[in-house]
Every structure is written in C-alpha cells, then in structure tokens.
Design a protein. Sequence first.
Length: 412
Amino acid sequence: MDASYFSTIMRPFPQIDNCLFKMRLIKLTFVTTSQTVMFSIERKDRATSARAGVLRTSHGDIPTPIFMPVGTAATVKGVLHRDLKTEIDAPVILANTYHLYLRPGTDIISSAGGIHRFMSWDRPVLTDSGGYQVFSLAANRKLTEEGAIFRSHIDGSKHLFTPESVIDIQRAIGADIMMAFDECAPWPCDHKYAQKSMELTHRWLDRCVLQVRNTGPLYGADQMMFPIVQGAIYSDLRRISADKCASSEMPGNAIGGLSVGEPAEVMYEMIEVVNEILPDDKPRYLMGVGTPANILEGIARGVDMFDCVMPSRNGRNGMLFTREGIVNIRNRRWATDFSPVDASSASEISRTYSKAYLRHLVISGEMLGAQIATIHNLSFYLSLVREARERILDGTFGIWKEKTVRKISERV
RNA sequence: GGGGAGAUACCAAAGUGGCCAACUGGGGCAGACUGUAAAUCUGUUGUCUGAAGACUUCGUAGGUUCGAAUCCUGCUCUCCCCA
C-alpha cells in the first residue's frame, strides 16, 4: 500500500470533524513514500505537444491541462466556494504565501489546522511563494543572498523572506503544492541581470529543496514543491534553468518570469525551449498566464497547469471572455441587450443574467456585477481547459485549437 | 408687500476685465489590466478638423472697453428671511 492508494481511499474526507485524525494517521504511516507516482499522462496529442493527464494530491485529483483560479488572500475575490465547485468546477485554487503570511498570519492558519480547514475548501490548494511579490513590489524591497527584505503593503513593517522561511510558511499554510522561492526578473531585462537573477534563484532553489527534505507536512496531507525556471527571454539561460530545475527531481516544474510584458511570440518560444528539457512525465506549470489564447498555445506546447488573475480581476473591471470573443460589458452597445451573458455557458449564472443587467451592475459599481462577471469568466476558463482535455483525449486538439484561438481573441 | 442672495457646460460647483473653451468633483463615453498593494487605474467629454487653427458659449436684451463669464442698465426666472 502506498500513499497514493491511501489518499484515494481516504478521499474525499466526508466530515471536517474527523479529517484531522485521518490526516494524522496518513502522516504517521505513509508520509515518506517519495517514489509515488503523482502524475500520470493519459494521452499525448499527435499534432502538438499537448498532453492530458491527472495530478494526484491528498485533497483530490487534478485533471490536466488545468486552469487554477487565483485566490490570493484565501479567497477568489467575490466567489463563494459553493460556486467555485458548481458553477466554475475548479479542482484546485491558488493562494499566496506573502499575503497570508502578512494577514491573517501563519499562527492563525496553523491554529485553524491549515488553509483547507481555515477557508473551508477541501480541494487542492497551490501557494505561490511570494517570489512574484518580490518582483511586483520592487520599490519596497531589497534582494540579498540570504533572501528578500521587503516592507508590508499593509502597515509598512519590515520583513525578511528566505528560501527556508518561505517553505516553513507554506508548510504552516498546508498547501498541496508549494512553490520554490524565486526572483521574477522584469522585462525588459538585459542578459547580465537575467543571468545573475537566475543564478540567485537557483541557489535559493537548492535551499528550498533542502528545507523541503528536512521538514514534513504539519497536517498529514502530502505536500509537493515545484521549482521555477527563470532566465527571462534568453534561450541559453532558459535551458540552463530548465536543467537545474529538472535535476532537483521535484514532482513537478514551473515556468516563471514570462508574460511580464514581452511579446506573446517570445513567451511561446521560451516555453518551447524549456519544455524540451523539463521531464515529460511530470506536470509543467506556466505561472501567471494568461489570456484564453495564451493558455491554448501553452497547452499545445506541453504545459499542463496555468493560473492568472485575468479572469477575476478583468471580470471585476467589466471584461468578459466568451466563445464569441472578448466583451467590454461597460460599452453602450450592451445597454439594451437582454440576451444572456453567455447562453451556451456551463454556468447557470452566465445563462441566467442578461448582458444589459450585468452592464448596469458593473457600471453602477454594484458588487453583484463583479461577482457575476468573475464567475462567468472563471467558468469560461475552466470550460476551455476541460474542452482542451477532451480534444486531446479524442485526438482533435490541434485543429480545434487553431479555430478556437482565433475566435476567442477577437473583440466583440 | 418689504429685504436679501443668485442664475456658469449633462449635473454640482470654482472663476469677478486679458494667463478662460472656462479649476474641481460627479455623470457619460472609451481604453488598460497576465504567479492580485486593483470592486483599480488612464484618457476623453462645446462645434468643425488629422493637426495647427477657426468658430460659437457662462439666464436674456442692450451698453462701457482695444478686450467681458467677469463692469453698467433693463427684463425674465430661482432661492432665503420678514410681514
């Protein structure tokens, strides 16, 4: 009996009340089976590099390719978990180490028994390490060999993140998938800076791996960590970084530092370079990407996992993604369009409310507008990757992708 | 009936002789957003024009002046107080 078998029969935990007991049991008995197959590929596409697979976690299986809604502060803004499960059907969501560490703080999350219990979400959670915040809060931080010193955006207090502390925090959070602590280089960025930054990320990666090996999960459920490939837009650096990440022999790998302003074609090229090296039998996660078209292009190049704030944030700001293309629901043309937001949506919410009503809500700044738009967009993203998976399985992905990318990129 | 205040662009509201096609806010219109310091931010909002520029506008009709949203006179309307 191995850990994956055990987690299968234990899942889903029927009651939150007794799940802590069961998770402790797993920890005591089976936690160190590192050879367990976490990822299995069901089918590879012939025309492209796309694959359909399943990533197994203690909190459930994740069919791939997958899009993970971003729930930075332990909430996908404006969406009830009920709707995440039914309307959107997200098998996994993201949270953020930086944000949760600052608020509510790791003490409170550990007291609750980890992020799943704290937020009442029994499906998998992936936590970003805070590496992206080191990048996006550039004005308020300082990088050293030791780690990143930064100031809280909440109260201005000073903090230090190191590879070790970031793993510890992610242990305390209890994420199913933890991310290595990295520096996301900006764009544009010269070769010299990109190389220095990448080398620092690699040294940090070694320390992350060591910290993962020297510690264990706190709540019984398995935790895996993914290293992050960096190297900006330089193929030589990307190859070195992909080799480095692959050699860390973690159960999955991530591609970071893309979609930070560079043209999409450059991003696609980098994905191809990296995916030639990253192991075929482990999931590949393209961080922070992207538009629906970006995602299909990524899948075609062998990426299995994606996340992006775009469907949620842009939804709140009135941008809708649909099969017919991109809609700015605030535009006057929708004022008297009483047809559903998306008649063919998997989400009942998108089929129920009209464009004119949603426009009114968004323009009026009503919170229901942000909720409906977010649910619609996420439902669209998840439907898109579900269909991509089905197309890979039935062998029609390539043609479908070409046709779909064109359509969904248009402005309606 | 007596006294006082006021009328500025879609709305509110600055502006009291040239730097005013007119501050600012709201509203309208459009744009941005890619590991979320974002229910945020940006542009635009008299007409014509690609632009330079031209033309018309600050209740209304006259007047003063080189020049008026700004000063003077009549008229119209609104608000407040007293009776």
